[in-house]
Design a binder for this molecule. Sequence first.
Ligand code: XMP
Length: 511
Amino acid sequence: MQHDKVLILDFGSQYTQLIARRVRELNIYSEIHPFNKIPTNIQEYKAVILSGSPYSVRGEEALHPDLSQIRGVKPLLGVCYGAQYLAHFSDGEVAPSNTREYGRANLSFIKDDENFFAHIKEGSQVWMSHSDTIKKLPSNSVLMASTHDVKNAAYRIEGEQTYAIQFHPEVYHSTDGKRVLENFLVGIAGLNQDWTPDSFVEETVEAIQEKVGNDKVVLGLSGGVDSTVAAVLLNKAIGKNLYCIFVNNGLLRKNEFESVLNQYEGMGLNVKGVDASQRFLDALAGIEDPEKKRKAIGNAFIEVFDDEAHKLEDVKWLAQGTIYPDVIESVSATGGPSATIKSHHNVGGLPDFMKLKIVEPLRAIFKDEVRRVGATLGIDPELLGRHPFPGPGLGIRILGDITAEKVRILQDVDAIFINGLKKWGLYDKVWQAGAMLLPVNSVGVMGDERTYEKCVALRAVESTDGMTADWVNLPYEFLQKTSNDIINKVKGVNRVVYDISSKPPATIEWE
Ligand code: XMP
């Protein structure tokens, strides 16, 4: 089945992915492409949205693609920079704004003759974030809405299906933003809303069957949401031809290996658990540098996985849980490649010697969509709601070198913290939580004795994608109880601190 597709041209805005997600929440499929790489199959897209941008249309380096195949040909919506683009590169005028135009504003409708604002009330709150403003609209424009500070807040161009809005409909603070997108895409452009988790499952299962046929596929399970949903989809498509390998790197949460393995078996997956804890510990011995630890863990994983994969005969494909944010080609705000802050992601992590073809059933969807697809597939909500957990696991939460004893201590601390969050009904309010074992000993007293033991830091953050995050204001009573439990129950720890740093400038993990 062919679904209607929306093309989002990215001019480097921090919100571009949100536009794609909002559109998809309307059950309409959307794709993000860099502004200067208009897809060659442009005829297959039913509507186009131009994103915002950190650039100014007035600057020398203004991003200025050729839209001749789009403008006047397809329904087109310019957002923020996109709206300024449509004015500036026609005969309108864009100038620096005199007043600050950040944050909340309220819409007043001027002329909504095309029902762009259908079902939206006068005064509806929108979110502004721009330093230039449209002084003069291009010719043939009809002003549709203003706000207190922004006269030309929304306009359309007569004789074309071209619309432009200065505000950001994609952000949560634009109360009717999704409605605006729906009015444009469904009411005006006439797109169908038939891209649903059910249709995704059905079509992906068919596509996998067609792609891999009767071949065998191997997949590394991590216990996380992405690899689990990928496995269940593949299992639905090819059953026992899917060989899952779940490696215990010894850096998982307490009892995680056994319990997750049980769960996988209960789900009917053809899975082999491989306990390689000692191999990882050996590979990590004496390494203190975080990036070197990541490399050692990554390499050990590849070796273990490869050994296991070689035991299977005739495997042709490697399945990966890659999701859409891993493959979106990003437009850098600085023009250059973005700096590597941590050597995170395992995109393209296929070692040459494995020489397998790749199948990535989740390549087109965002994390929230992976969860919805998982729910459609009947996966346990508790598994789908799990916090993200880094590939190197506790290895990057033990600061400094890693030993079996330190892993034991941190697993115990982490288990008390995470189980406590669950017990207090706080787990689902937190995006990610964990404990860090610090490389310092501090003095304490227990009974009559002086102790000189480890300090642990607890971290709980709220976030949407891990790119930015803030610490969670956990109740003092909870922190008090957790700290007591940890110090009383975990031998070797005499001090607990709570991390109150936001990202940026801190990061979520301590290494
Ligand atoms: P930071 O610490 O960069 O983390 O703020 C952002 C998100 O990425 C996770 N993270 C990793 N995930 N391998 C992974 O698979 C890694 O090496 C890694 N380092 C950080 C982190 O847990 C958070 O969700």
